[in-house]
Design a protein around this ligand. Structure first.
Ligand SMILES: NC(=O)C1=CN([C@@H]2O[C@H](COP(=O)(O)OP(=O)(O)OC[C@H]3O[C@@H](n4cnc5c(N)ncnc54)[C@H](O)[C@@H]3O)[C@@H](O)[C@H]2O)C=CC1
Ligand SMILES: O=C(O)CCC(=O)C(=O)O
Length: 418
């Protein structure tokens, strides 16, 4: 079983590990380890049966030194203060790794959305948007989708904000549907960056991605897209999972067909071409070339890391490995492509969406994907250069070194006021 590492403490440990390799003032590092502010609020909404219910919601604005706060909104029963603080901090360093002009934020509502009807979810989302209205804006804080939210919720938030502000401001939120100001390529962007990160890493290691075996934990937006884009490169997707469990075939799956099966049945479990069903833990320990954790935090702790037999791990999820797992994988020479790089495609295409919204000029899917590939490949080169030049213990530390230096530079360049 995975331990329940506190994700905020994990983030702070990751920053400390990198700070040891940087010449940045200790007082500034302390600033970079803590959020600027966090909204904790209660939303009271009417259920369809007429009763009232009050639920907890959060928005953390971690750091805005490089630009507006940016990051998703999650609906999940485990959403809590320390989780949003961690997720918002990871956004700061993710945006800095790919060098896009944003700070970091994150929010969420502590609910299981499957317990609510669509009309209840709309009322809840609009109630949250009303709470967020004074805090967000096209140049202030720009939310986006995360676990269990998508275009529908983003459209509701945009609409609520625009009505309350009596304006049109599509850039107040990203991840919208195309006809509401969304961008081509945003739905696929997170998984696309995971695929690109893995492709670049295999190339760096002089290994073929074609024919490489892959297991994906969490077959949602990030995981399923990563799987089918890796499948397109010729990798063999031998296992995938969701909350109901995992499915396995040594011959590999058609990842798009499994995605379709999951959207029809609700799970990857039961896919007819599987030879075996697996638990999530069994999937994580499979002897594969590439493991893609794409579910939630703390999927792999130190104990499970000792069982891991993958050569490369590409973190599509945020925070899937605990710091204890990182230590084990460093000893066993497993390369970990850290979340703040490997899943940065989502926020990168959100940035493109925001640029398009501000310019009222929309790009083709080809242009979006080409610009995304350029930024991810540039970030990979920066990361590898830093890893090699400073002889760093792992790629996560390299990513934080690059990112913290960029945030520290912008803080210092702003001068002393007040
Ligand atoms: N959607 C986005 O644009 C981005 C998402 N991410 C991260 O990717 C991860 C997944 O997010 P999405 O794909 O958007 O969410 P999603 O809601 O589309 O999918 C999550 C998937 O994980 C599965 N899952 C949940 N708990 C699990 C568990 N314990 N074991 C196995 N499977 C489990 C669910 O069944 C679902 O299939 C999260 O960590 C999120 O923060 C990161 C960057 C951007
Ligand atoms: O698209 C965005 O702005 C943020 C996506 C996100 O929440 C993440 O990268 O974890």
């Amino acid at each position: 079983m995975s331990d329940q590492a506190n994700p905020f403490e994990s983030l702070q440990e990751q920053i400390d590990d990198a700070a040891a390799h940087l010449d940045v003032d200790a007082g500034l590092i302390e600033r970079l380890k803590n959020p600027e502010r966090v909204l904790e609020t209660n939303l009271t909404v009417e259920r369809d049966d007429g009763t009232l219910e009050t639920v907890r919601a959060y928005r953390s604005q971690f750091n805005g030194d490089r630009g507006p706060y940016k990051g998703g909104i999650r609906y999940h029963p485990d959403v809590n203060m320390d989780e949003v603080k961690a997720l918002s901090g990871w956004m700061v360093y993710k945006c800095a790794v790919v060098d896009i002009p944003y700070g970091g934020g994150k929010g969420g509502i502590a609910i299981d959305p499957t317990d609510y009807s669509e009309t209840e979810l709309e009322r809840l989302t609009r109630a949250f948007a009303m709470e967020l209205r004074p805090l967000i804006g096209e140049d202030i804080d720009i939310p986006a989708p995360d676990v269990n939210t998508g275009q529908r919720e983003m459209n509701w938030i945009k609409d609520t904000y625009e009505k309350l502000e009596n304006t049109t401001a599509p850039g107040v939120i990203t991840g919208k549907a195309l006809d509401s100001g969304g961008s081509e390529g945003r739905v696929e962007a997170t998984g696309r960056s995971t695929m690109l990160a893995a492709r670049e890493m295999f190339d760096y290691l002089d290994r073929d991605i074609e024919g490489a075996t892959v297991a994906v934990q969490g077959y949602g937006n990030a995981g399923s897209v990563a799987a089918y884009l890796l499948d397109d490169l010729g990798a063999k997707i031998v296992a995938m999972s969701d909350t109901s469990g995992g499915t396995y075939s040594p011959d590999g799956f058609d990842a798009r067909e499994v995605k379709e099966f999951k959207s029809e049945t609700g799970s990857v479990v039961g896919y007819p071409e599987a030879t075996e069903e697996l638990t999530n833990e069994e999937l994580l320990a499979l002897d594969v070339d590439l493991l893609v954790p794409a579910a939630l935090e703390n999927a792999v702790d130190a104990d499970l890391a000792r069982e891991l037999r993958a050569d490369v791990v590409a973190e599509a999820a945020n925070g899937p490995l605990t710091p204890g797992a990182d230590e084990v994988l460093e000893e066993t020479d497993v390369y970990v492509l850290p979340d703040i790089f490997a899943n940065a495609g989502g926020v990168t295409v959100s940035y493109f969406e925001w640029v398009q919204n501000r310019q009222r000029f929309y790009w083709t899917e080809q242009r979006v994907n080409e610009e995304l590939e350029r930024l991810i490949c540039d970030a990979f080169d920066d990361l590898i250069e830093t890893y090699e030049e400073l002889d760093l213990p792992n790629l996560r530390t390299a990513a934080y070194v690059v990112a913290i230096q960029r945030v520290a530079n912008s803080y210092e360049e702003a001068g002393n006021w007040p």
